[in-house]
Ligand binder design. Sequence first.
Ligand code: ZN
Length: 133
Amino acid sequence: MIKELHFRTPSRAVLHDITSQVQAAIREVKIESGLCNLYVPHTTAGLTINENYDPSVCQDILQRLEALVPMNGHYSHSEGNADAHVKASLMGHTATLMIEKGQLVLGTWQGVFLAEFDGPRSRRVLVKITATP
Ligand code: ZN
């Protein structure tokens, strides 16, 4: 079964920490050990895993992406969000995380982020949890 997590992103570009919602989805299925596949079904938002302790890390990532792929650059795609498509592809749309003892296996400082580049919007993150031995 696929679970859907729903988020309302607050601004055009934000790394929105979704770690606790993913963890809650894992708790609901009550498995001890397994894999958690995350998928963002959007073309201008992606997924990344990075530090969720010091918020300046997320600021740096967003600022550097903006410098690489500026919103007001020259693009073929004329919808006005070409940069958001490129940034979403740079982040990627999937993550596979391990589950042990009913918990996501993450590094001490790591969190899972929905990477929004064309907000504010309603976004979905699909979660597929598979039990493994
Ligand atoms: Zn577009």
